[in-house]
Design a binder for this molecule. Structure first.
Ligand SMILES: *Cc1c(COP(=O)(O)O)cnc(C)c1O
Length: 232
């Protein structure tokens, strides 16, 4: 099997899972977009994926993402930054990313806005919400109680466009239970921000549960590309 055959098979299987999840949830397939997470895989894979019709790719580490995006700039892909964001890297990320999905604190915003302004176009941002149990330290993602304030701060920057929410199901919990909480959080959020309808949730292991809970974007890596090197 060539790499192209492998990627085509992974993509076909993933799209079949999304199709089935949409039917099971009574949703239109057009409501759920696929972002292929290419972290740890080479630019040559990104090129093959683009040839197979992939339009959106996700990366989680700044240096790797920056280099790969530069190498693949001619492919016309949408680049989603989905990783933990250091504040001193935020402006740089905003210069090549089309969407930053991991916005979880206000101090990132002026830096993202500066990068977007330097690039000369508004940046789409999603707020990453923590689904960790109440009272935990919310390591990745904003405490749901702070989402409203964070969203209001995003609205104050003309160079940032609030697209919606992103979340990762906590390890060790039934993803259906975690995404049910997410659905509730989103319900409250949409009451104040009716246009911020994106919900990025679901990965290789739990995309069905995420689609059932209303995800509009699933972020799938290993089910398309194979397993990553274990050094993460
Ligand atoms: C790596 C990653 C994914 C994709 O994970 P897979 O299990 O390989 O599908 C999705 N979302 C985020 C935030 C990631 O870091």
């Amino acid at each position: 099997m060539t790499r192209l055959d492998e990627l085509r098979a992974g993509l076909d299987a993933t799209n079949a899972r999304i199709d089935a999840a949409c039917s099971a949830a009574g949703r239109d397939r057009g409501e759920v977009a696929l972002t292929v997470v290419t972290k740890f895989f080479p630019a040559s894979d990104v090129r093959l994926l683009a040839g197979l019709g992939v339009t959106d790719v996700g990366e989680n580490r700044h240096q790797e993402a920056e280099a790969k995006q530069a190498e693949c700039a001619a492919l016309g892909l949408r680049w989603h930054f989905i990783g933990g964001l250091q504040k001193n890297k935020a402006a740089a990320v905003a210069r090549y990313a089309d969407v930053v999905e991991s916005v979880d604190r206000p101090e990132l915003l002026p830096r993202l806005a500066r990068g977007a302004a330097e690039r000369g176009r508004p940046l789409d941002v999603l707020l990453q919400v923590s689904l960790d149990p109440a009272g935990s330290d919310h390591r990745a993602g904003a405490d749901p109680a702070t989402l409203g304030a964070l969203a209001a701060e995003v609205d104050a920057f003309v160079d940032l466009r609030l697209g919606g929410l992103m979340a990762v199901a906590p390890l060790g919990e039934d993803p259906a239970a975690a995404f049910a909480r997410l659905q509730e959080i989103r319900h409250g959020f949409l009451a104040d921000h009716p246009d911020a309808t994106a919900l990025s949730a679901g990965m290789s292991g739990d995309l069905e549960q995420a689609v059932a809970a209303g995800a509009t974007h699933v972020r799938v890596g290993s089910a398309v590309l194979g397993s990553r090197p274990s050094v993460q």
